[in-house]
Design a protein around this ligand. Sequence first.
Ligand SMILES: Cc1cc2nc3c(=O)[nH]c(=O)nc-3n(C[C@H](O)[C@H](O)[C@H](O)COP(=O)(O)O)c2cc1C
Length: 196
Amino acid sequence: MAKVISEGIGAFYQHYPRVAAIVTAQAKGKDNAMAVAWHMPISFNPPLYGVALSAKRFTYRLIAESKEFGVNFLPFEAAELAASVGGSKGEEVNKFRQFNIAKDKSARTAVPILKDAYAAFECKLVDDRDYGDHKLLVGEIVAVHQLKEVFTPEEILDLDKVSPTLYLGHEVYVTTSRDTVRSLDREVYGKAKGGL
Ligand SMILES: Cc1cc2nc3c(=O)[nH]c(=O)nc-3n(C[C@H](O)[C@H](O)[C@H](O)COP(=O)(O)O)c2cc1C
C-alpha cells in the first residue's frame, strides 16, 4: 500500500482514535457539559491538563467566567452521554435535566462531576490562549475522583473492570479489547540490539 502525501491540510483526523471525555463547567449556578476529543496531560508537577475548545462553545463562556473546569472519563456503556452532550448546546438546553445526568459532589471547585465517570479531574484555569480556531485552556488539577477498584495497583486502567470510551471521528465510537494488551518493558526494549 503506497502512502499519499497531502500539503493542502483540511480537517486532519489521522490522529484518531482519541479518548472521548466530557468537559464540565459551572458559572452563576448554571451547569453544563460538552464532549471533547482534544485534551491532553501537560505536566505532572504541577499537575496540568489541557483542553482545546472552540470559543463558540457555551462551555467555554462558563469556564472563562468561573476559571474552573472538570474533565470526566466515561466507561463505554455510557458512550451515548458523549453524543448527547456533544450534540446539544448549553445555551439552548439544560443538559443535566434533558439527559438526566447524575452528578457527584465536587471537592475543590464548583464544577459538576459526572456520576457515571470512572475518573474525573477538577481543574483551576491557569492559561487561556488562542490557537487558530480553538482555545487551549490549561488547568491545574486540584482534585482527582476515581473508582479505585477499576485501576490496578500501578494506577493503570484494569480492562477486566472497565472499558474506556474512544472516539474514531464522524460519530463513531469504539473501545479497547482486553485480548490486545501487550506488556512491553521499555528497559528491555530500549537496550535490545537489532530486530526483536
Ligand atoms: C465525540 C466528540 C468530541 C468533541 N470534541 C470537541 C473538542 O475537543 N473541542 C471542541 O471545541 N468541541 C468538541 N466537540 C463538539 C462539542 O462537544 C459540541 O459543539 C457541543 O455541542 C458544545 O456544547 P456547548 O455549546 O454546550 O458548550 C466534540 C463533539 C463530540 C461528539
